[in-house]
Design a protein. Structure first.
Length: 154
């Protein structure tokens, strides 16, 4: 990626990170006692939550961390970055429960559905980490030997 594209990409990511906390306060623009709220995007219905303000509050409390975790996953270059998919999937399941209107089960059973994903992600990561341990130990040994040689020359 050339410098100009990298600059624009990093600027957009920085602006998104800066603006996401403000999304947590969108519910304050909705009146307290309204079940259905009309916007330019359509009608926001309270559904199982009763009030539109509670619905928007619950939805954006899942959307904001989801956006930040997705940005972290996209911009991360470390070998362990696939572990971030687990909380992303959890927040997606919670958001789906809110959008589909199953308010009684929000934040309760999503982790059960994530267990197969956890196994699928963590098994190869454990294998990678196990293989990397040899190289990391060799690098530590090399650094230690270099420092001993450097100190013995003095």
């Amino acid at each position: 990626m050339n410098k100009k594209k990298y600059f624009w990409f990093s600027s957009i990511v920085a602006v998104l990170i800066f603006l996401t906390p403000f999304l947590l306060y969108i519910h304050t623009f909705i009146p307290n006692d309204v079940e259905n709220y009309n916007t330019i995007f359509g009608v926001i219905k309270g559904g199982e939550f009763g009030l539109a303000q509670v619905y928007v509050f619950m939805a954006f409390n899942k959307i904001v961390p989801l956006i930040l975790l997705i940005l972290l996953y996209i911009t991360n270059k470390n070998w362990w970055s696939h572990v971030i998919l687990i909380p992303i999937a959890t927040y997606l399941f919670q958001l789906l429960n809110i959008v589909l209107g199953t308010a009684e089960s929000v934040d309760e059973i999503e982790f059960i559905y994530i267990i197969p994903l956890i196994i699928i992600i963590l098994t190869p990561l454990y294998y990678i980490r196990k293989n990397l341990a040899i190289y990391l130990n060799a690098l530590d040994l090399k650094k230690e030997m270099d420092s001993v040689i450097k100190n013995s020359e003095k």
